[in-house]
Ligand binder design. Structure first.
Ligand code: SF4
Length: 156
């Protein structure tokens, strides 16, 4: 049986740094029908909403886990440890629920699985994954974006 893990902002929870969400109704339905669990890695470890935006500088989520890159917020605070803790909490949830499919919000420094912002806070993106995605992938989970999932649905 399929069991999904979905970013909390995608099911309508106001957990984004700007206090908003990115609701995708089809993903919310997976929660409502008991097929999915949800988490916001950042809020799960106590980061506030709203909060300053954060980006990975000098690499991607894998580099953060290898201590070769940091996550900084727009005010210059080093939030690396909070992001790693959020990733660990998300991994534990995925393992506990024996998740088979992971759908995380595109472009996020935690949840991104294809592109992320480049650390300059100028809107530029680079190829790479967020910290939570990196940890999940290290433990055998495949992570896709909401757009990739919705495209799969259309093609069925
Ligand atoms: Fe939280 Fe991930 Fe959504 Fe960011 S993208 S608000 S970390 S669930």
């Amino acid at each position: 049986m399929k069991k999904y893990l979905i970013s909390a902002c995608l099911i309508g929870e106001n957990v984004r740094y700007d206090g908003k969400n990115c609701l995708q109704q089809q993903l919310k339905q997976l929660i409502e029908t008991g097929q999915a669990v949800t988490i916001c890695p950042e809020v799960s470890v106590g980061l506030s909403t709203p909060r300053p935006p954060a980006e990975i500088g000098g690499g991607d989520g894998f580099d953060v886990l290898n201590h070769q890159a940091k996550v900084m917020d727009a005010q210059g605070n080093d939030v690396t440890q909070a992001f790693i803790s959020g990733a660990e909490k998300t991994l534990k949830l995925a393992q506990k629920h024996q998740i088979t499919h992971v759908i995380l919000k595109a472009n996020s420094p935690s949840c991104g699985s294809n592109m992320i912002y480049d650390g300059t806070f100028t809107g530029q993106k680079i190829q790479g994954v967020g910290v939570t995605t990196a940890l999940l992938e290290q433990h055998g989970f495949q992570v896709i974006t909401e757009d990739a999932f919705l495209k799969q649905l259309e093609n069925k």
